[in-house]
Write a protein that binds this ligand. Structure first.
Ligand code: FE2
Length: 209
């Protein structure tokens, strides 16, 4: 049975209508999304440790899409944002392609990822520097509790496609990652797989301040 598609997002009393959104399995894009966000490789200056390798990578791949996010929120009163993230594969120096990473502005807000395809890891770091890494493959559901910085890394050769859901009040704070010059560990290529190494640039946060 086909899911019913309801185009009207808001009913007469301002109440959102139930509806189905569909992920295009070939692209990972969310049909019916209300917002679209994308980053190209050249937008990610400062993200990777090996700046020489990044500059060289930009010469040939600078205009390539690094990641695309489609999300949906029925209206301003709805408390949930759902969407898809498509992270392109690649390596810069030894580091695998990744998102910038963020803490929620409302730090207690959790998030859910459901991997639809590809092979990735979610790197999570507390403000105190504790690190957790969860591997994602087709079907993996990752629960990201509040107060954990989170970043997705594509450690496979294909697009990493994930569905996410989080509170519309969460917000994103990217500065907490930038000020620390990344996360404490880098996800790098190790033969055909991946491993973690220390991030030499990392500046530990003063959690008391
Ligand atoms: Fe998030």
């Amino acid at each position: 049975m086909q899911a019913e598609h309801i185009s009207a997002k808001v009913g007469p009393q301002g109440i959102a209508s139930p509806m189905a959104l569909e992920v295009d399995r070939s692209t990972g894009r969310l049909n019916g999304a209300s917002r679209h966000y994308e980053k190209h490789v050249q937008d990610l200056a400062g993200l990777y440790f090996d700046e020489v390798a990044f500059a060289a990578h930009c010469e040939t791949h600078g205009d390539d899409l690094a990641y695309v996010v489609d999300d949906f929120r029925a209206n301003e009163d709805e408390g949930l944002v759902v969407g898809t993230s498509v992270l392109s594969p690649g390596v810069v120096g030894r580091e695998y392609a990744m998102t910038r990473g963020h803490l929620h502005e409302h730090a207690a807000a959790p998030e859910m990822y459901h991997c639809l395809s590809g092979h990735g890891v979610v790197v999570m770091e507390s403000l105190g520097g504790e690190l957790r890494v969860v591997e994602m493959r087709d079907g993996t559901v990752v629960y990201i509790p509040g107060h954990w910085i989170h970043r997705s890394v594509n450690v496979g050769g294909d697009m990493l496609v994930t569905v996410f859901a989080y509170s519309s009040a969460a917000g994103q704070d990217y500065g907490v990652v930038e000020r620390a010059r990344g996360l404490s560990r880098l996800v790098v290529r190790d033969g055909e797989g991946w491993t973690l190494v220390d991030n030499p640039r990392y500046v530990a946060r003063d959690v008391a301040s």
